[in-house]
Design a protein around this ligand. Structure first.
Ligand SMILES: C[S@@+](CC[C@H](N)C(=O)[O-])C[C@H]1O[C@@H](n2cnc3c(N)ncnc32)[C@H](O)[C@@H]1O
Length: 262
């Protein structure tokens, strides 16, 4: 058994546990999923500036330098939490304390809470970088942004929405089933790009008719973080799936379907 095989084995949700624990774990999984769902809906409003009470261009009036530091700290907190807790080594360590069936739900809950903290504490940076005056172009950009969010949602369902957000694991545990080990998949959009979810986020963050300095900071830092996240994720995927993933990387672009990219 390789080290990775051992880690995967140790991450599989345990089919054991009392009925009461299984029910509590299931309810916890549903609660974590609902928190995630509210957070992602809020994220759409936060970035597009629509519907929600506090958007990326609202918040406490703060001197620019202070706003820059606060916003960078909030994004760093999210990036560190999101990346560190997703690594196989970290999962193998913390499942000594967190029951395996609820490991993914706990990850989803922590990621959602750090995003909610970002939305709450975000400081606006109002200077305009661009403001599209042409109504047709403005509508095209906002439509493109929603197309980005749609790409994110669709891709999660294509790869496995309920497993990504922990519901599959708690439902399996409740039913007394052992989870299957992770499988390499290239369904639909994954045949054209390796990271359609991340592509959707990039489109959603950049396609804005009004781009303030604060929004630009958010789009630039999250895009940089996505590239770091891809490097870390692909390192793990190569360790998990070996040549299958190496060949996939050679065959299929990272983000842009019509251009072979690394
Ligand atoms: C948030 S999803 C993002 C998936 C992909 N990077 C994207 O942008 O669509 C991250 C999870 O998907 C898994 N994953 C990514 N590509 C995969 C593939 N081709 N087959 C199976 N799992 C994959 C990773 O191991 C990780 O647990």
């Amino acid at each position: 058994m390789t080290q990775i095989d051992h880690q995967i084995h140790s991450l599989r949700p345990d089919a054991s546990g009392s009925k009461a624990f299984k029910i509590i774990a299931f309810l916890y999984g549903i609660a974590a999923y609902l928190v995630f769902f509210v957070t992602i809906l809020y994220a759409i409003g936060f970035v597009t500036g629509l519907v929600v009470p506090k958007t990326i261009d609202m918040g406490t009036d703060t001197p620019a330098a202070e706003a820059l530091i606060v916003d960078l700290l909030l994004m760093t907190l999210f990036a560190v939490q999101h990346s560190v807790m997703a690594r196989q080594g970290f999962k193998a360590w913390w499942t000594q304390f967190v029951p395996k069936p609820i490991e993914r739900s706990t990850y989803v809950l922590f990621a959602s809470l750090s995003l909610l903290l970002l939305f709450w504490q975000w400081r606006p940076l109002p200077p305009l970088v661009w403001d599209v005056a042409n109504p047709g172009l403005a509508v095209t950009l906002i439509t493109l942004s929603f197309a980005g969010w749609l790409l994110v949602f669709t891709s999660t369902f294509i790869i496995n929405h309920f497993e990504l957000f922990g519901l599959h694991q708690v439902a399996n545990h409740l039913a007394g089933k052992r989870a299957e080990p992770p499988r390499f998949k290239t369904p639909l959009l994954y045949k054209f790009v390796r990271h359609p979810i991340y592509l959707g986020f990039i489109i959603a963050f950049w396609a804005a008719p009004t781009m303030t300095a604060g929004h630009l900071l958010f789009a630039a830092v999250t895009t940089a973080y996505i590239f770091v996240g891809i490097a870390l994720e692909e390192h793990d995927l190569v360790a998990l799936f070996g040549d299958e993933y190496r060949q996939y990387k050679q065959r299929v672009s990272m983000l842009i379907p019509w251009r072979k990219s690394v």
